[in-house]
Design a protein around this ligand. Sequence first.
Ligand SMILES: [Zn+2]
Length: 383
Amino acid sequence: MITNDALTGEALFKHVQVLADDIGPRPAGHPQEEQARHYVRGQLERIGITDVETIPFDTIDTWGYGLISSVGVGLIGNLIGNRIIGGGLALLGLREHFATLTAQDNLLNPLFPKRKGGTVIAKIAPKGDVKHKIVLIGHVDSNKHRKSFVPQGKKLLLPASTAMTAGLSINLWALLTGKQSLRRVAGGLLGFALWRLIQDERDDYIDGANDNASAVACVLGLGEYFAQHPLAHTEIWLAFTGSEEVGLKGLHALLDRYEDDLRDAWWIDFEMVGAGDIGYVTRHSSLNYLTAYHPHEEMVAIAQKVAEKHPEWGIKGTPMTILEETLPLRQKGMRAMCVVGIGEDGWLVNWHQHDDHSDNIRPESLQKAAHFVLAMCQEIDNM
Ligand SMILES: [Zn+2]
């Protein structure tokens, strides 16, 4: 293993402590998220990276706006009951539900209260001419503690979300056909879903040491490494995205500005690499049975090759229950994949739970993730 100071577990863990302990919870668009960006920019300056910019955008501060409004609109349609207005609202509810699940824009988005979000981008030039571009992604914001993600209940996440899809679909069908018994069933399902979604919003934001200060730490560490040891022909982009937890808004802002420049780039997203075994995701479940997605096969092949070269790291490819920033990239056919920490139960460790604080971070996981991605970058540079 390369012993570079910036990529030791201890050095990476220090970034996690600043973000998760000193700054603490970083809700999308709140001052603490901006403090985290301020820390990132300060570190980039210290490292000597000068090609840095912050892309601003408007953001909501919880995913609940999209989920609750979609069910709420469907339920209002159900109560109105007629085919034109009720059916129209039921259709809107179903449309908004899928938009939220796949991180697309909500039509109702203009109605939600907004805050100022941002994504910090930094670029590191190679020694020679640019043949490849690699974008390393880590999101800065943190989510809430979610009752739906508790260890005893998280296995119901996908069934419950898919039941919500069924409820909204039955609702639309009942209103269009005028079947009153079906309408009552849909109304009951949507009422229950609405109650559950509101309960899920009532807890505080979490420190997000694993989700996703661990990723920011790795991207900073790799930035420091590449600033000292530029690759031969690969330009490295560091993307510290905001508002990931509320619909991947920080990555969308990056794509809005740089999609053309980065069409042929290689994208590696870090998610929760501060605990558990390190691996790469071969199938992303998302949070619904109908919206799974896959990483790009060329990325998976490189990850597999690097893992085989370094059996001592014990890195494996695995399907995961996860929704992250690879999604909009794959929707556009881009070369993206995600590196994760895998818990003993096969799930992300302390996902959206109060236990996601720095005491539960393992520096050796951070170090392994950073070195794995470093080896992948070198592999790409040699192609
Ligand atoms: Zn995350």
